[in-house]
Write a protein that binds this ligand. Sequence first.
Ligand code: SIN
Length: 311
Amino acid sequence: MKRTIANAIEVRPLDAALGAEVRCGDLRQLSDGQFGEIRRAWLDHLVLIFRGQSLSGDELLALGTRFGKLDDTPRPQPADQPGQHRQQMALSIVSNVIENGKPIGALSNVDLVWHTDMSYIEVPPDASILHALEVPAAGGETGFCNMYRALETLPPTLRARLNGVSIKHDATHNSGGFLRKGFEPPADVTRSPGPSHPAVRTHPETGCDTLYLGRRPYSHVQGLPVVDSEALLDQLWSHAARPEFAWYHDWAVGDVVIWDNRCTMHRRNAFDNAARRIMHRTQIKGTRPYADAPQHQQPSHPRGLRFGATL
Ligand code: SIN
């Protein structure tokens, strides 16, 4: 059901597991009151889409600062792929376009696997924002999935196995499957680099628990032999990646999408490399993932399903 709130902001929840389209006019002109409503909608719907925007790089960063502190730490990145160069991180470019023999941005045109942004560092970003400047006629859609719902619908025996469990998030490869610069391919996932985060994390703003998987390749359930860790991760991933938890955004020029990295994962479909896709991107600093004690009764998220419910 669509909701029109103060100051002519309209929040239209998508008919999907997550996401809402927000109609609010020019994102550069929002009052603090309007922005407060947008932040509430973001926490409720996990991913927000704003259409028809035209933001310069600086204006996108200004929008980002309304969500929190910009994550401007340089990260090991586009250099992951041959010929790519390093960029300052507050504003980055996601693109397959090559100019003067060099990629202008990261991630090329390839399929990106399900992942949560930068869960391979100790304090991953809360939010990421993409603004579409050029898009291909087909392909390049970005999928998002609802990790509150993934957690709340786990079979109870599987859910119980996650109490107190941490997962090591691989730092060696990016979401396109490329080895990051300066890393070796992991010979043993129990010893490879990457931080451990709780498999179930408590969202610091909603207070709801969510499944926190990061990305599948090279991850490891701490304390388990590799064979058992792989079996548990396979079970979790086949559940979390169910199509009914996901929604795909088909981009148009001018779209701005912001997602919550604490309770969603995302992936991208490949697209024809002869087409151009240029996105401006920024991200918002986060806080260290934590889990409330399992006996603590967590609220169910409005876009989740109560624990143990069947689909
Ligand atoms: C990303 O994974 O941050 C990029 C998503 C996209 O290119 O759609």
